[in-house]
Design a protein around this ligand. Structure first.
Ligand code: ADP
Ligand code: MG
Length: 818
C-alpha cells in the first residue's frame, strides 16, 4: 500500500470519538473463504480508516481485486447504511449494475430488497434497500431531484478509469455536494474507484479538489503473464499445450465476435451431450420452419386489427445485396484460426473441445450469464468478447488472453455532425488490462496480435469520452441545476470550448435556453453566449430522460394531441438497435441460409410497417411506429419479435421507456390526464401531419436535398443527398423505407459513416409552408441564428432551388439578398 501525505497511519488505531460500529453479516463459509483470498480484504482496515478520516478517497486496484463486490460490504459492516442514509454505487454499464448487485446480495446472504439495483428501465429497489447499485445516469437524474442526495450516506463511483461522461460529471458535482453536506451537518463520503493508476485527472486537479484526496492502492495478487507479441508472420503456436485454463479473446464488435465464434466452433468442434442440446435443437427447428415457409412461398402477413398490410411490392431485391454492415471490420490484423488454410488438426489439439461463448453488451442477459457458469466437463472455456470483459466483468478461470489490440469507438465530428464507429488501436493501459485477465488465478499467457513496435506507438491511456461526443444533453442538465456558466464547471477533463458553444447554440434554437442579448459590448455578448439561463421549456425538457432534440418533440407533442405517437417514436429512436441486424454474419452454415431466406421476408415486413398514404411521409419513423404498434397488438412476445426481426430486449425497453416518458410528461404538464394505451391505433392523417411537424421541430436543421442529375460530379454521387454542412453527399441506407422511392427532401436523425455516409431514420420532408411555420418560423430562425445566418442562408437556398414553396421563396429571397 502506497500512502499519500493525508493518509492516516496504518494500524488498528481508532479515534476514540469514532464509535466502532459493526453490523454483522452472515456469510456462507465458502463465500467467506473466497473473500479472504481477495487483495482488498487485506487492506480493509487501511481503507476504512481513510474513509473515516476523509470526505473523499480514491481506491485503485487491479480488476478482480474485489473493489466492486467488497467495498459496499465494508461500508455496510462499518454502519454506513445503519442510519438514515444508504450506500450508493454507480457503474457506467448496465450489465455491471445488475450482475454486481446480485453477486453482492448473494455474498452477504441478503435478499435483493436490501441489496438492489436501478438502471434506466428497471430496478428492484425497495424502502428496505441499504446498498443500491445503479448506472451513473440514474444518479445524475437523482441529483436533479435532490441536489444534496440526502438519501445517501456514501456514494461510490466505480470504474472511474473508464472516464464515461456521466461518471466524469458526477465526480465534478460530488466534489461540490460532499463539502456542502458536511457543512450542513449531514456527513457524506465519496469513494472513487479505479482500475488503473492514472488518477491524476482527479487528484491533481485543483479546480475539482482543492486539497487532493488520499489515494489507496491495492496490490493485486497478480500472477505473471507472459506476453507474446506477434512477429511479422502470423504466430505459429496457436496450439495451447496445457490441458486446463480458459481462453478470453478480445475483439472489437458484435459482428466480429459472432464470426470468430462460428470459425472456432468449426475448427474445434464440441459435440454436446444430450443434456446440453436444448439451444442447438431450437436452432435446427427454426431452420426447418423457415425452409417450410420458403417452400410455400408464403409471405407472412400481420393480421393485427388496424395494422393493415400494404399490397406486396414486387421490388428488385437485388438492390439490397449491397447493404452495408454497421459493424466495420478491420484490416491488417489476422486472427488465424486455421480454418481457411490446411488442416486445423495440425495447428491445435482437437481432443480438447472448445466451449465457445460470445460476450458483448447487447447480448441477452441469460446468454451473458453463461460465462460465469462452469463449462461442460472435458471442454475448455473460450469467451470471445468485446471490451466489456476488459474491466467491468471478471470471468473465472481465464489463463490465456488473445488480444486483437483494437477497440471500436463512436466518433463524432462536431463540425459536420457526422457520427461513425471507428476501429483503432487501443491504449497501452487497456492492452495491459486485457493481458492482466490471464493471470488472476495462476501464471498465464497473453497473445497480442500486434508487434511490440506497434504497442510502443499506442497512447498511454484512453482519452475521456467527454472529449469525443456532443454535450448538449449535459449542458442542459447543468443549466437545470442552475450551473449557468458551464465553462466554469470542475470537469475532470473539460470538453472543448467549441463543443460547449455548439451545445449552447442548439439549446437556444430549441428554446431550452434564453437567447443571449444581441446588443451591447462585444465582450459582454460573447460572455453571455456561454451562460444563457434555462427557460421554463428547458426545465421541462431537462426532466425528460432523453436527448434535448427528443425532449423538444415531447414538449410539443403534449400541445398537439398526438403525444402517444411522439412518445412511441422518441422511445424507439432512443433505444439502440431495435431491428435484428440483417447483415450479421451467421454463426453456422445452417444459420447463414436461414438468415438469407429471412432477409427478404423481413424487408417486406418493414415495408408493411411503413404504411401507406400520408404515413409514407414519416418514412423510417413510421416503420418504427408500425413495428412498435404491431408488436404491442401481438402482446410483445419473444416469438413475435423473433419472427418479425425485432430485438425482444429492445422492444421491452421501448415499452418501459414509453411508460416512463408518459409519466415524465404528465408530471410536467400538471393539467395531466394524458392516457396512453400501450396498444395505440395507427395515427389518423391529420395526426401524421402533426406528428411530422413535431419531429421536424426537433430535427429541422438535419435537412438533406436530393442531388439532381446535372449536379452529379462523380458517379458515386448517384442517389446522394446534399446537406448544408457537408461537402460530400450522404445516402439513404438500403434498409430504409425511403430507399426505393427517394424523396426530394429528407430530414434525418443523424449521419452515420460506415462504408458510406448514411442518414439514419430519415423521414420525408416536403417543405410546405405549413411545415415551415411549425418547424422553423422565419423570424424565429433569424433570432435563433443571430450570427449563424450563413448556415441558414444555405438552408434557405436549398428550398429556393427546390422551388417548393412560393411563399417561402419570397421570404428567402429577402433573406438571401441581405
Ligand atoms: P474488481 O471490482 O476489483 O474488479 P470484483 O469485486 O468485481 O473486482 O471481483 C472480485 C471477485 O469476485 C473476482 O474474483 C470475480 O471473479 C468474483 N466475481 C464477481 N462476480 C462474480 C459472479 N457473478 N460469479 C462468480 N464470481 C464473481
Ligand atoms: Mg469492479
Amino acid at each position: 500500500v502506497e500512502k499519500s501525505a493525508q493518509q492516516p497511519k496504518e494500524g488498528p488505531v481508532r479515534k476514540p470519538s469514532q464509535p466502532a460500529v459493526f453490523v454483522p453479516v452472515d456469510r456462507m463459509p465458502e463465500i467467506q473463504e473466497a473473500r479472504l483470498r481477495l487483495p482488498v480484504l487485506a487492506e480493509e482496515q487501511v481503507i476504512m480508516e481513510a474513509v473515516r478520516e476523509n470526505p473523499c478517497i480514491v481506491l485503485c486496484g487491479e480488476t478482480g481485486s474485489g473493489k466492486t463486490t467488497q467495498m459496499p460490504q465494508f461500508l455496510y459492516e462499518a454502519g454506513y447504511a445503519s442510519g438514515k442514509g444508504i450506500i450508493g454505487i454507480t457503474e457506467p454499464r448496465r450489465v455491471a449494475a445488475v450482475s454486481m448487485s446480485q453477486r453482492v446480495a448473494m455474498e452477504m446472504n441478503l435478499p435483493t430488497q436490501v441489496v438492489s439495483y436501478q438502471i434506466r428501465y428497471e430496478g428492484n429497489v425497495t424502502t428496505d434497500t441499504k446498498i443500491k447499485f445503479m448506472t451513473d445516469g440514474v444518479l445524475l437524474k437523482e441529483i436533479q431531484k435532490d441536489f444534496l442526495l440526502q438519501h445517501y450516506s456514501v456514494i461510490i463511483i466505480d470504474e472511474a478509469h473508464e472516464r464515461s461522461v456521466y461518471t466524469d460529471i458526477l465526480i465534478g458535482l460530488l466534489s461540490r455536494i460532499v463539502p456542502l453536506r458536511n457543512k450542513k451537518g449531514l456527513p457524506m463520503k465519496l469513494i472513487i474507484m479505479s482500475a488503473t493508476l492514472r488518477v491524476e485527472d482527479f487528484t491533481d486537479n485543483k479546480k475539482l479538489f482543492p486539497s487532493p484526496p488520499p489515494v489507496i492502492k491495492v496490490d493485486a495478487r497478480q500472477f505473471p503473464v507472459s506476453i507474446h507479441f506477434n512477429k511479422r508472420t502470423p504466430m505459429e503456436d496457436y496450439s495451447w499445450v496445457d490441458k486446463t485454463g480458459g481462453i478470453l479473446v478480445f475483439l472489437t464488435g458484435q459482428a466480429e465476435v459472432h464470426d470468430v465464434c462460428r470459425r472456432l466452433r468449426k475448427a474445434f468442434p464440441f459435440r454436446r451431450s444430450t443434456t446440453d442440446t436444448g439451444k442447438e435443437e431450437e436452432t435446427f427447428k427454426d431452420t426447418r420452419r423457415f425452409k417450410k415457409d420458403k417452400q410455400k412461398q408464403a409471405l407472412p402477413r400481420i393480421h393485427l386489427d388496424n395494422y393493415s398490410a400494404l399490397p406486396v411490392d414486387e421490388g428488385d431485391e437485388d438492390q439490397l445485396a449491397g447493404v452495408d454492415d454497421d459493424e466495420c471490420g478491420y484490416e491488417g490484423c489476422e486472427l488465424d484460426l486455421g480454418e481457411d488454410e490446411g488442416d486445423p488438426d495440425e495447428k491445435a489439439d482437437p481432443s480438447i473441445p472448445l466451449y465457445v461463448l460470445p460476450l458483448y453488451s447487447l447480448l441477452a442477459p441469460e446468454q451473458q450469464a453463461k460465462v460465469f457458469q462452469a463449462s461442460p466437463a472435458g471442454t475448455r472455456l473460450c469467451v470471445v468478447a468485446t471490451n466489456v470483459a476488459e474491466t467491468s466483468l471478471t470471468i473465472p478461470g481465464i489463463k490465456y488472453v488473445v488480444d486483437c489490440g483494437r477497440v471500436k469507438k463512436r466518433y463524432y465530428d462536431r463540425v459536420t455532425g457526422v457520427s461513425s464507429f471507428k476501429v483503432s488501436w487501443t491504449s497501452q493501459a487497456s492492452a495491459n488490462q486485457r493481458a492482466g485477465r490471464a493471470g488472476r488465478t495462476e501464471p498465464g499467457h497473453c497473445y497480442r496480435l500486434f508487434s511490440s513496435a506497434v504497442f510502443g506507438d499506442f497512447s498511454e491511456f484512453s482519452e475521456a469520452e467527454i472529449t469525443r461526443r456532443p454535450v448538449e444533453d449535459l449542458v442542459l442538465q447543468m443549466k437545470d441545476l442552475n450551473i449557468d456558466k458551464v465553462v466554469n464547471f470542475p470537469f475532470p477533463t473539460a470538453p472543448s470550448g467549441e463543443a460547449l458553444m455548439a451545445a449552447e447554440q442548439l439549446l437556444v434554437s430549441l428554446g431550452a435556453l434564453e437567447e443571449p442579448p444581441r446588443t451591447g459590448r462585444v465582450k459582454d455578448i460573447e460572455r453571455a453566449k456561454l451562460s444563457c439561463p434555462v427557460t421554463p421549456l428547458g426545465r421541462a425538457m431537462a426532466s425528460f430522460p432523453v436527448a434535448p432534440r427528443f425532449a423538444k418533440m415531447l414538449a410539443l407533442g403534449r400541445q398537439q394531441d398526438c403525444l402517444p405517437y411522439v412518445i412511441a417514436v422518441v422511445a424507439s429512436m432512443t433505444v439502440r438497435e431495435i431491428f435484428e441486424d440483417l447483415e450479421r454474419p451467421a454463426a453456422s452454415e445452417d444459420e447463414s441460409s436461414k438468415l438469407a431466406q429471412n432477409k427478404a421476408r423481413l424487408m417486406q415486413m418493414r415495408r408493411l410497417w411503413a404504411g401507406q398514404g400520408p404515413s409514407l411521409l414519416l418514412g423510417d419513423l413510421m416503420v418504427l411506429l408500425g413495428a412498435v404498434g404491431a408488436c404491442e397488438y401481438a402482446g410483445c412476445t419473444p416469438q413475435f419479435c423473433e419472427t418479425n426481426g425485432l430485438r425482444y430486449k429492445a422492444m421491452v425497453e421501448i415499452r418501459r421507456l414509453r411508460g416512463q416518458l408518459t409519466n415524465a410528461v404528465n408530471a410536467v404538464c400538471s393539467e395531466g390526464g394524458v392516457f396512453v394505451d400501450s396498444k395505440m391505433a395507427p395515427p389518423t392523417e391529420s395526426q401524421v401531419i402533426c406528428l411530422r411537424q413535431i419531429l421536424l421541430a426537433g430535427l429541422g436543421d438535419h435537412l438533406a436535398r436530393r442531388i439532381r442529375e446535372e449536379e452529379i460530379l462523380d458517379p458515386k454521387w448517384k442517389n446522394g443527398y446534399k446537406t448544408p454542412l457537408l461537402d460530400d453527399p450522404v445516402f439513404i441506407h438500403p434498409s430504409s423505407a425511403l430507399f426505393k422511392k427517394p424523396p426530394e427532401f429528407v430530414v434525418y436523425q443523424e449521419v452515420m459513416e460506415t462504408t458510406k455516409m448514411y442518414m439514419r431514420e430519415g423521414l420525408v420532408c416536403h417543405c410546405t409552408s405549413t411545415f415551415y411555420r411549425v418547424a422553423w418560423p422565419l423570424p424565429a430562425v433569424e433570432k435563433a441564428y443571430p450570427e449563424g445566418l450563413d448556415r441558414f442562408k444555405l438552408f434557405a437556398k436549398f428550398l429556393l432551388e427546390g422551388e417548393v414553396c412560393l411563399k417561402l421563396k419570397k421570404n428567402c429571397s429577402v433573406l438571401l439578398s441581405n
